[in-house]
Design a binder for this molecule. Structure first.
Ligand code: IDP
Ligand code: MG
Length: 160
């Protein structure tokens, strides 16, 4: 029982992070990538991409009934996005913390949205909300061969 518990605490997860079109237009790509890089997570996928309508709708399918859904899709396809896959122990929840609340006015200072945005409809960045959605979204946005498995040189300095 105990080894199982320890193993699950140490489980490496994956999350899909995306700089939305406003973040790209505002020149915040480097700043946003930097926050995840400095924290110590591992980048396994990265591309600038013009998202087609059907992919935006599939990505946000759980929000399909919402009144803001059409404007959300219009926003996501309005210009290029930066797609990223990040890996690490606890990366999904930690990335959500780094990103901050959905409404940037409620996001804490120090978070990406808290520091860099003012409106829910222009909140600069996406992050998966569960390990399952992390896997689902990475598979949706990246093709085979676009992801890299590698060992960062700093690995032993990040985790004992
Ligand atoms: P999250 O991005 O913090 O996970 P979700 O509730 O999953 O938030 O919503 C997805 C995205 O839809 C938000 O990041 C935001 O861009 C947009 N959105 C959510 N709620 C609203 C709203 O009330 N008005 C406009 N856009 C919204
Ligand atoms: Mg969400």
């Amino acid at each position: 029982f105990l080894p199982h518990l320890v193993a699950s605490l140490e489980q490496v997860d994956e999350t899909y992070i995306m700089v939305k079109p406003d973040g790209v237009q505002r020149g915040l790509v480097g700043e946003i990538i930097s926050r995840f890089e400095k924290k110590g997570f591992k980048l396994t996928g990265l591309k600038l991409f013009q998202c087609p309508q059907d992919l935006a709708e599939e990505h946000y399918k759980d929000l399909k009934g919402k009144s803001f859904f059409p404007k959300l899709i219009e926003y996501i396809v309005s210009g290029p996005v930066v797609c990223m896959a990040w890996e690490g122990v606890g990366v999904v929840a930690a990335a959500r913390k780094l990103i901050g609340a959905t409404n940037p006015l409620q996001a804490e200072p120090g978070t990406i949205r808290g520091d860099l945005a003012v409106q829910t409809g222009r909140n600069v960045v996406h992050g998966s909300d569960s390990p399952e959605n992390g896997k689902r979204e990475i598979a949706l946005w990246f093709k085979e061969g676009e992801l890299c498995q590698w060992t960062p040189a700093q690995a032993p300095w990040l985790r004992e």
